[in-house]
Ligand binder design. Structure first.
Ligand code: FES
Length: 218
């Protein structure tokens, strides 16, 4: 399985990667709580996903990127954007926060926020909520480590691409690439392989091919 970024064009997804749409679900207090699968697309060996934001056949590319002269220049470095995260050390958990990767899914805001919960992680309920929030973060902005075992706490994710929708806020989110599928730049560099990354599909990110939250208002 692989995702190839094409120059000023779509993502070429190969290897029979499952594709689906998921929505962010809210609880009675209007907090983001879970993911809900709302559509599954027919399994294809290869397909092209729009990254310019202008296709009439989303999530697939329909060639409109050429008509709109889409500038898809990749501005993400291979590593640098991952090298200066904020670290928050709580008694039992350590939170690594790559703020520039925020896609505004907002799972991290509940119960005082994951930053406070990490600082109170000797309290079992705070620890559990922090873990749930980090594992729901699609972009991998928020990553927790267990300070006793030293192990990173990652969700188990089916290898797939998820079109993120947030209808309660009228937001069309990024493409959530799950399970460590390699993403290769148009000039052949493989980006750091992570369990979860989010790719821009509106064409507005300043950190292409990754989402930087600029789809708000798209
Ligand atoms: S990338 Fe082809 S239509 Fe958007």
């Amino acid at each position: 399985m692989k995702i190839q970024v094409s120059r000023n064009g779509p993502y070429i997804v190969t290897g029979g990667v499952p594709l689906m749409t998921m929505e962010i679900s809210y609880d009675d207090e209007s907090d983001c709580r879970s993911w809900r699968k709302v559509e599954e697309y027919p399994l294809q060996e290869e397909y092209a996903l729009c990254r310019c934001g202008h296709s009439k056949n989303k999530p697939y590319c329909d060639g409109t990127h050429e008509k709109v002269h889409f500038d898809g220049t990749e501005t993400a470095g291979n590593e640098p954007y991952l090298q200066s995260p904020t670290l928050i050390r709580g008694p039992e958990l350590e939170l690594t926060d790559y703020e520039g990767l925020c896609v505004h899914a907002r799972f991290c805001m509940r119960a005082g926020g994951i930053w406070n919960l990490t600082e109170q992680s000797n309290v079992p309920s705070a620890r559990d909520t922090a873990v749930e929030e980090a594992c729901n973060c699609p972009s991998g902005r928020l990553v927790l480590r267990d300070r006793k075992t030293g192990e990173t706490i990652e969700p188990v994710l089916e290898r797939s691409v998820v079109v993120v929708e947030n209808p309660a806020r009228s937001e069309h989110g990024p493409l959530w690439v799950r399970g460590g599928i390699p993403v290769e730049s148009a000039d052949g560099r493989t980006y750091t392989i992570r369990n979860r990354v989010t790719l821009c599909r509106c064409g507005r990110s300043w950190n292409k091919p990754f989402c930087d939250g600029n789809h708000i208002g798209w």
